[in-house]
Every structure is written in C-alpha cells, then in structure tokens.
Design a protein around this ligand. Structure first.
Ligand SMILES: [Zn+2]
Length: 445
C-alpha cells in the first residue's frame, strides 16, 4: 500500500484498476483521485471511481461522482440512472424520482431501465394522480355502469381482508389492479364462484398482479384468481391458438427429455404402488393432450390411446401429425367414451381450469372401476414465499394462464373428495419452484 501510495501520482488508469482488482482498493481509489486532480474532465476515471464507491456502499460519494460524469457528458443517461440507484439506496426516493422525471425524452433503448426504476420509486399518490388524469374519460364512462360501481364498492368493503395482499404486492400493485382489472378489462363482469374444493365463500386477498386478484379460501387454503372469464383465462384469450405460443410449447412437448421425464414418473409411481403399467390392452386417456406428443409415445409403447384438448389448433396438429383419436372440446362437454379407460393423465392442466373438480368428475366417468388417475402440477406454497418467487412467470401468480394455485396436500384432498385413494406421489424442483404429482386409484363405490 505504501509503495502504491508513493507512486500514485504516476499511475495510469489501467494500473489503478489492476490495484483494485488485486484487492488494494484504497491505493486504486487514491490513484483514480490523482488522475482526476490532474484532469478534472477525465470521464473514465470519474466513472470507475463512482463504481468503486458504489460497490463499497459509499452511495453519497458515488452519487456525486455520477453527477459529475453526467455534467461532463450530458448524453450519458447511464450516469443519471446510477445516481438514481444511489439515491434509492440512501432512502431518498423523492430525489431519485425527480432525477428520473428529468430524463425527457427517454432515449431509445432506455425505456425498460427507466420504467423498472419508476415502478420501484414512484410515490403511489403520484402514480394514482397521473393514472386518473390519463384515464379520466374511461372512468367517467365506467361510472355509468352499475356493475363497475358495485364491484368497486365491494372491493373497498373487502379492504380489511386484502391487507396482506396490499402489503405483499404494494399499494401500487393494488392500484394497478383497479386500473387494469376494473377500468380496462372489466373483470367485475365475471362472478366470484365459491371455493372449488370445499365450497366455502370466505376468502382473503393474498396478492394483486396486473389485472388479477389472487384470493385464498379461509377454510381449505386453496388459492385462485378471483374473477376469470367462463372456461378459464387461456380458453377465453385464445392463448393456445396463437402460432408463436404453439411453436414454443410444441418444441417443449416433443423434447425427448420431457417425454422421458413424464414416462419415468408414470412408471415409478405405478411401481411404488405395486401396480404394473401394462401396455397390452391398456387404454390411456390424456386430458389436455396438447399436440399429442406424449400420447404418440404411449401408442408406440403398445398402449391404446385417446385424448382431448380445448385448443382447436393443437387438436388439429395431433390428428394430422400423429393421426391420434383426440377431440377438441371443453371438459364440460366431454363425451363419455365408448370404452372405459385404465389410466387417465393430466400434465399441468389442473391449474388452468376454473373448476379443477370437473376434471376429477370426468375422470370418474371415463375410468374403469379400479382405474388410475395421474396428475402433475406446479406445487409451490406461494403464500409463504418471498415476493420475487410469488410473481414467478411460469409457476407463480405471474402466470397469466393459471387460475388455481395448489400444493400437494390440496391435490390429495381433491383426489380423496372425488373417491380416489392416493397410492403414490412425487415432488421435484422445476427451476426455482417445485412441481409434483400424484397417482390415485378409483375406490369401489
Ligand atoms: Zn376451500
């Protein structure tokens, strides 16, 4: 250190950075300050000094350096953004917000970093006022609808039961729900059905995300999106009819790893239960069979297969590519097959349904007397997880197509309440969150 201090006046920028990388941050900092003293317009030296101070949590000093960088080069928007980060770290959200508002117009390529920061620091009073101004016409239009007023009054009346949801998703999350859900998408049109598992009508709010409010049944703990279009979110939006969605999903479904994974768990669960999954004369039915990749694999193994899916395009693909006997229909319209099945499957279907119990009822109808039902779903207990996992895009509340959020114990309750004996179960980590499944056998009536 002494050696470095002694020759600090001679150090180049590269030598200063080398010292910092070698763990001699003090000597590196001194070197950078000497460079700045020699040339106060040295943008690189200011930038590196700012970054060093930020990494040492010296946010006030770092903010001053970033401010100087911006003064030297007014086009350097990154310097303003990092100064905003410093102010946020210092708890000075007001100043951080003022700095962000000063970035006008927002240069191309900076929309997302500015919006991300804005969503964290914009005071909710300001958020509310600006949205009210922007949507004043829509609000006056909605205020003429009785359904909107009734829905809004209900939402206000339920505030004591939404405390946890507002705490976890923030006041801004709640206001965004009112704005997107009520003003734009008119979710108040859809009824709030009783709990699909236990029939209770007592819920409390657990999260607000975009236009959706997630509620939890006070009796059994099942979580669901409070209001969804009849038939479920993805059917109403035509999600699985969209070309880019289908291309993406088919790539997943035809992946041999996915097929092996599904086949593997199916065989293991039958083994654990002491049953044999025999291909000769065994008939398997798949709920939500998609474009038929797994059914085609089962047929290759010698099983007789059949299936259904709600998406016309996926069913068309299953029929054209694999010549599978699958029907395009909703669960509610599923016809009783001519021949009863030995096994019914549903991979990641239950969470999409506005009434999961319908699947169990239909499984009972299509299965033989001692037939088996195999179900896999995401099973994280979202209520207990931190916010960044709650909002997870594929297995959390962030998935716009999921209506119900289950755990393994809740899935077991579904099996039991529909006359199935649970004979084996499994759980594994799918990325950040757990998924799992269960094999149930129909009990004799
Ligand atoms: Zn319930």
């Amino acid at each position: 250190m002494e050696k470095a201090l002694g020759k600090s006046s001679l150090l180049s920028l590269e030598e200063c950075l080398r010292l910092i990388l070698d763990g001699e941050a003090g000597a590196g900092e001194l070197g950078l300050r000497t460079l700045i003293q020699a040339n106060p317009q040295d943008l690189n030296a200011w930038g590196h000094l700012a970054y060093l101070l930020f990494s040492q949590k010296r946010y006030r000093e770092a903010a001053e350096c970033y401010r100087t960088c911006h003064r030297i080069s007014p086009a350097l928007i990154d310097a303003v953004l990092y100064e905003v980060d410093c102010m946020e770290k210092l708890g000075n959200r007001h100043q951080a917000f003022q700095l962000l508002r000063g970035i006008q117009p927002i240069p191309s390529g900076y929309e997302i970093p500015v919006r991300d920061r804005l969503s964290r620091i914009e005071p909710w009073g300001h958020y509310l006022a600006s949205r009210l101004r922007k949507r004043s016409k829509l609000i006056s239009q909605r205020l003429r609808e009785w359904g909107f007023i009734r829905g809004l009054l209900r939402e206000i009346g339920l505030l004591p039961f939404s405390f946890r949801a507002i705490r976890d998703s923030g006041m801004r999350g709640f206001l965004r729900y009112l704005s997107r859900g009520f003003l734009e998408e008119s979710v108040y049109r859809y009824p709030v059905p009783p709990c699909d598992l236990c029939g209770s009508s007592f819920f409390r709010g657990v999260f607000f995300i975009d236009s959706r409010k997630i509620i939890r049944c006070c009796r059994c703990g099942l979580e669901r999106v409070e209001r969804v279009p009849p038939g479920g979110q993805d059917i109403a939006s035509g999600f699985y009819e969209r070309e880019e969605v289908i291309a993406d999903m088919v790539a997943d479904w035809q992946d041999p790893i996915i097929i092996r994974h599904r086949m593997g768990w199916l065989e293991i669960l039958f083994d654990v239960a002491g049953l044999r999954l025999q291909s000769e004369k065994s008939r398997i039915f798949e709920f939500g069979c998609g474009s038929g990749e797994f059914l085609a694999h089962l047929r290759e193994q010698g099983f007789e297969v059949a299936g259904m899916d709600g998406s016309a395009r996926l069913v068309e693909r299953a029929q054209q590519v694999f010549h599978l006997p699958v029907d395009k229909c909703c669960l509610a319209d599923l016809p009783k097959p001519k021949e009863a099945c030995d096994v019914a499957l549903a991979f990641h279907i239950l969470e999409h349904l506005d009434s999961p119990s319908l699947l169990f009822k239909h499984a009972r109808k299509i299965l033989k007397q001692d037939g088996c039902l195999f179900i896999e779903i995401p099973v994280p207990d979202l209520c207990r997880l931190p916010v960044e996992l709650k909002t997870h895009g594929s297995h959390g509340y962030g998935s716009s197509e999921h209506v119900h959020f289950l755990t393994l114990p809740l899935l077991e309750r579904y099996f039991l309440s529909h006359g199935f004996q649970v004979i084996a179960r499994y759980e594994y980590l799918a990325g950040d969150l757990p998924a799992g499944g269960m094999l149930g056998r129909l009990c004799p009536e």
